[in-house]
Design a protein around this ligand. Structure first.
Ligand SMILES: [Zn+2]
Ligand SMILES: [Zn+2]
Length: 328
């Protein structure tokens, strides 16, 4: 056990210590000597230069150093600017970005440049996917965009921590603007993910994913944990953020009441199924008078006939109205 504790003590070092080995093995990474790391961490310090990262990008009051070959390979925009001395950027070997925050640009840099241990770029996750998607369109980064779309398509909020699901939901609410509703790549991916073209939400992947995040977050099983996380988040955020967080959080906490289908009247329908879950009335076994009637209810908002179970679920139309108002 002594070796084990020794290994843990050194776990912040950048030498890939793996405590699963039966003996004390240290994997020396051959590339680390060419990288500059943030003090006592395994992550690259992009504010100082290294052997390969010698191209400065100025944004706000920060200056980051990147490997121009990585940027050229990933982006047509940067390839043309960096590789062409007709452009001032290519001639003086420096790039100024005036219309983005340093935080967002660093998110982009760490998603395509080796970061952890000087080897691995940051993974796409709930917190960075929307920023990346937006910047991919701006800087013509096709590969990264497809990876972001894959992340959204394969995302299953019911298997993730509510706090992370909230990050994605919140980002989707504000970071992606209306033009994404007509993005053909996102629309195709959505149809694939939902496998249901009748559902209005499936026309748009981000909208579909928001709806499934909301369903998970407003689940009574998750509300307590979500509430705890929310208090922590509100203590940290600034005024403008906290107002937005409050608006989004309120809708989640009252999700059941706000987004439930608006039922006008019940009707017994023969031979037709629920418009939401496609459940059909049971085949009649006998002519007994005691059989339970198969009741569908009409929602005034989305105009769909829904079964008893679906009555209590979220109405996609009400959700769409809410999101349009939030973004306007
Ligand atoms: Zn409805
Ligand atoms: Zn149903």
């Amino acid at each position: 056990m002594r070796t084990h504790s020794k290994v843990q003590g050194a776990s912040f070092s950048r030498f890939g210590v793996n405590s699963n080995f039966p003996v004390n093995v240290i994997l020396m990474q051959p590339t680390t000597s060419h990288e500059t790391f943030i003090d006592r961490s395994d992550y690259v310090d992009f504010e100082s230069t290294s052997k390969l990262r010698n191209w400065p990008i100025c944004v706000g009051d920060k200056q980051y150093y990147v490997d121009s070959s990585i940027f050229s390979r990933n982006s047509d925009y940067f390839r043309i600017l960096m590789g062409n001395s007709f452009f001032i950027e290519g001639a003086v070997r420096q790039l100024k970005i005036l219309d983005e925050s340093s935080k967002d640009i660093l998110t982009l840099i760490t998603a395509i440049s080796p970061n952890s241990l000087g080897l691995y770029p940051d993974a796409i996750d709930e917190r960075n996917v929307c920023t990346l998607l937006r910047l991919c369109d701006k800087y013509l980064m096709t590969n990264l965009k497809h990876n972001c779309i894959d992340f959204l398509r394969e995302y299953r909020p019911n298997t993730q921590e509510p706090s992370e699901v909230f990050h994605l939901f919140y980002q989707l609410c504000f970071s992606l603007n209306a033009e994404y509703e007509h993005d053909p790549t996102l629309a195709d991916a959505a149809v694939e993910a939902v496998g249901d073209t009748k559902n209005k939400l499936s026309k748009n992947l981000s909208c579909f994913q928001m709806f499934s995040c909301l369903a998970v977050l407003s689940d009574p099983m998750n509300i307590a944990e979500f509430h705890k996380f929310l208090l922590k988040l509100q203590r940290k955020s600034n005024d403008k953020d906290s107002e937005n967080v409050k608006r989004v959080a309120d809708s989640i906490l009252h999700g059941g009441a706000i987004f439930r289908h608006r039922i006008s009247f019940n009707e017994e329908v023969q031979g037709l199924g629920c418009h939401q879950c496609s459940m059909r009335p049971p085949v009649r076994q006998s002519r007994s008078k005691n059989r339970k009637p198969f009741v569908l209810s009409l929602c005034r908002s989305c105009n769909r006939e829904v079964c008893v179970q679906c009555r209590r679920s979220l109405c996609s139309r009400l959700f769409e109205e809410w999101i349009n108002e939030l973004r306007s």
